[in-house]
Design a protein around this ligand. Structure first.
Ligand code: MOS
Length: 745
């Protein structure tokens, strides 16, 4: 029996002190000898080609060592998916400095390398490009008729295209007694983690590199760079122990990595390239999307017809897709469903997964549509959802591996005080402010992927666990340490999790809310293998003090093997290692998902958000005064880091509903608010009472540790709950997000 001491216990992040005291080093902070600095030059046109480059003034700046551009660069393979990364959609991945073609505004076109950052930046400003511009199109809404279904590939395997139509939507919608039809729109959003993208490449000799990279996947950057520059995998070491947030922006290697490596290989020197804040707006982003919903129900509240269409942007060179429309029929078992998802190629960079890609935006349309039907039925929106609760996923005709959403609704509503809600909009006031209460459901996939870990118990009595996975700040290090500690019954202090290095056992990119389940399972398996080896060694020790005990007769507690029936009979693990002639006991394990078993179930985490808003009637200002999110995500490894994850998601939900958008000037083909002054996100003054509940949920199907993951589920339900609360306060349904002051005046 495993003594569950650490799993489920609230623990602060192990590396937290290093972070708050500034000792944690990020990719752009490593002090390496004789470091050169690169500064990226970005194209000022949106589409066309470079006709000439005048380097004279830039070369004359003291300290300038090299200027790389398409006419002066190392060989790069052609655009080929074989030379791509783990999160690449189908298409031809962008190669910085490849040729004279410009395919999006802000495209990196040169790297100036100098002995100081300041010299590089100054010289970059003096580099003179001439361009030939051609017409471009970045306007999604003007090009909806160009929409097509995305190509199938690895991306559509992990993020499936909509299921086939079910029943007869048109007939059912025509027959429905209550109908709602709406068109929804949101602009692009850029991830903007606080840490800027940076790579410090250390030139270790011909073909050998150590790279400190800002990334969500050390192996991803390693394999990508090795393939791109024809280097051996083992000669490219990628290190990313600390990541200052990423939210999906680090799922793909960004151009600063390619450019710092190219400069290092060209000059045989150590080179750092760091993006500035405005350059953080020159790569992947959440795609602008137009959605249409048509839902129909009977007069007693049975949802009978669901039609949900989404059209999103992609680039001219890759077909990015996300799951926007699939969720509605997973949550609500309408017999007639027609779901459609298409993309429009535009002259922008390829969109990229951004926290709960597709789900967080799709649910804004689905869950506000659900509330509008409830409003027409004069039915409490929670009651309407319960009336249409899916006990089974009818869209895939599969059972759920587990689903405690009902309990999320019940506990969330109770904590929030949902029964005090006014059903009729505009009937609840506090002074000059209208008060509204809204709710929403959340859902997010449990993705299963292979992942690896190794474990070793040393003669000093320490358990060392390794995986190449990164910790993007959310607590992966802490949680993996907890999982490992429990397997051998050790205190947290006796365990070290080594991570964030490409030389460790292979890990997929940290993302999709799957990392705890995927790597946590591998950690568990590796530690259990070490435990079994230790026990087998103990069994052959001279005068085995545990008699003829079998594995099930003992516990591992506090560094000892203890006989369950008589806890005074015990062997210190150190003695077992001494018996092993002082040699550490090691094991490596792969977590390989049982695809055959998994595919028989729909596997999803759920949430329910309950929100109160106050809307100033004269000014239109919306304030989220309090919110409760209840989450069912299987086993929770660490309630403290988990709570922080959900709080972060809830705050992002406030951002999606009320603040965040990248404004695109369709005439110039450029994003125009490319700094944190103009790209609005919530500040402390916007955040009030936020409460998180984890409901009990056991799932023995999904993975070894029963953890569904919590990175995204806290975001999905929050924004639609706010939109619904604003409707409840004002009687106005806003369908263009984020909600602006003018929408409510
Ligand atoms: Mo997440 S959008 O998979 O980093």
């Amino acid at each position: 029996m495993i003594q569950s001491k650490e799993i489920g216990r609230a623990r602060r992040r192990i590396e937290g002190e290093l972070k708050v005291t500034g000792q944690a080093k990020y990719a752009g902070e490593y002090q390496v000898p004789d470091l050169l600095h690169g500064y990226v030059v970005n194209a000022t046109i949106t589409k066309g080609r470079i006709t000439s480059i005048d380097e004279t003034a830039a070369r004359a700046v003291p300290g300038v060592m090299e200027i790389l551009h398409h006419e002066r660069r190392l060989a790069l393979p052609r655009f080929d998916i074989m030379y791509s990364d783990m999160d690449a959609p189908p298409g031809s991945p962008f190669r910085p400095l490849y040729d004279a073609k410009i395919t999006f505004s802000g495209q990196p076109v040169a790297l100036v390398v100098a002995d100081t950052f300041e010299a590089a930046r100054y010289a970059a400003a003096l580099l003179n490009f001439t361009y030939e511009e051609v017409d471009f199109d970045v306007d999604l809404r003007a090009n909806l008729e160009k929409a097509h279904k995305p190509a199938k590939g690895l991306a559509t395997f992990i993020k499936p295209l909509p299921p086939n139509p079910r029943g007869d939507f048109s007939a059912a919608y025509a027959d429905a007694e209550v109908r709602f039809e709406g068109e929804f729109h949101h602009a692009s959003q850029h991830h903007n983690p606080l840490e800027l993208f940076a790579s410090t490449t250390v030139y270790e000799g011909p073909g050998k590199l150590t790279i400190y990279d800002k990334t969500q996947g050390t192996n991803n950057s390693q394999i990508y760079i090795a393939n791109l520059f024809g280097l051996r995998f083992k000669d490219v070491r990628v290190i990313a122990p600390f990541v200052g947030g990423s939210f999906g922006s680090g799922l793909r290697p960004q151009y600063q990595l390619v450019m710092s490596v190219m400069a290092a290989l060209t000059l045989k020197r150590n080179v750092r390239v760091t993006m500035d804040r405005s350059q953080m707006f020159t790569f992947g982003h959440r795609p602008e999307t137009v959605q249409q919903t048509r839902f129909g129900a009977t007069s007693d509240g049975e949802l009978t017809a669901i039609n949900h269409t989404a059209i999103s942007e992609t680039s001219s060179f890759e077909e990015y897709n996300e799951v926007v429309v699939n969720w509605g029929n997973m949550l609500y078992p309408a017999k007639n469903a027609l779901l459609d998802y298409k993309i429009v190629p535009l002259d922008l960079y390829t969109p990229m997964d951004m926290r709960a890609p597709g789900g967080s935006t799709g649910m804004m349309a689905i869950e506000t549509t659900i509330d509008q039907l409830a409003d027409q039925l004069k039915m409490d929106p929670l009651e309407f959802r319960l009336r249409n609760y899916a006990e089974r996923d009818v869209s895939a005709d599969k059972p759920f591996s587990s689903k405690e959403l009902r309990e999320c609704y019940r506990q969330g509503a109770e904590r929030f005080g949902w029964s005090d809600r006014h059903q009729e909009p505009r009937t609840n006031r506090r002074g000059n402010r209208l008060v509204g209460h809204g709710m929403s459901t959340g859902i997010w996939d449990v993705i299963a992927l292979p992942g690896n870990a190794s474990a070793k118990f040393t003669k000093k009595g320490r358990l060392i666990v390794k995986s190449a996975v990164t910790d993007n700040g959310q607590g992966t290090n802490t949680v993996m340490t907890q999982i490992a500690a429990d397997q051998l019954g050790l205190p947290l202090e006796a365990v070290t999790f080594k991570y964030g290095k490409s030389k460790h056992p292979l890990s997929p990119v940290q993302g999709g809310s799957y990392t705890t389940g995927v790597i946590g399972s591998a950690v568990k398996l590796a530690c259990l293998a070490v435990k079994n080896k230790l026990f087998k060694l103990a069994q052959i020790m001279d005068g085995f003090p545990l008699g003829d005990a079998l594995p099930e007769d003992v516990d591992f507690i506090g560094g000892e093997i203890v006989l369950k029936q008589d806890p005074s009979v015990r062997i210190p693990l150190k003695d077992v290692i001494a018996f092993n002639r002082g040699k550490a006991v090691k094991a490596s394990k792969s977590n390989i998902p049982n695809v055959f078993k998994l595919k028989q179930y729909t596997r999803a985490a759920h949430s329910a958000a309950f929100v109160e808003v106050e809307v100033d009637e004269q000014l239109g200002v919306v304030n989220v005064t309090r919110a409760v999110t209840a989450v069912a995500a299987g086993a929770i490894m660490n309630p403290q880091t988990a709570r922080s994850q959900i709080l972060g998601g809830m705050i992002w939900g406030i951002s999606m509903a009320l603040r965040e958008e990248t404004l695109l000037d369709t005439k110039l083909g450029k994003y125009v608010n490319t700094d944190l002054g103009e790209y609005h996100i919530p500040v402390h003054a916007d955040i009030h009472e936020l409460d998180v509940i984890f409901v009990e949920e056991k799932d023995e199907i999904i993975n070894e540790i029963g953890a569904k993951g919590i990175g995204e589920i806290g975001l999905v339900s929050m924004a639609p709950a706010i939109v619904n609360a604003v409707y409840n306060a004002t009687g106005k349904l806003v369908k263009v997000f984020p909600i602006k002051l003018g929408d409510l005046i």
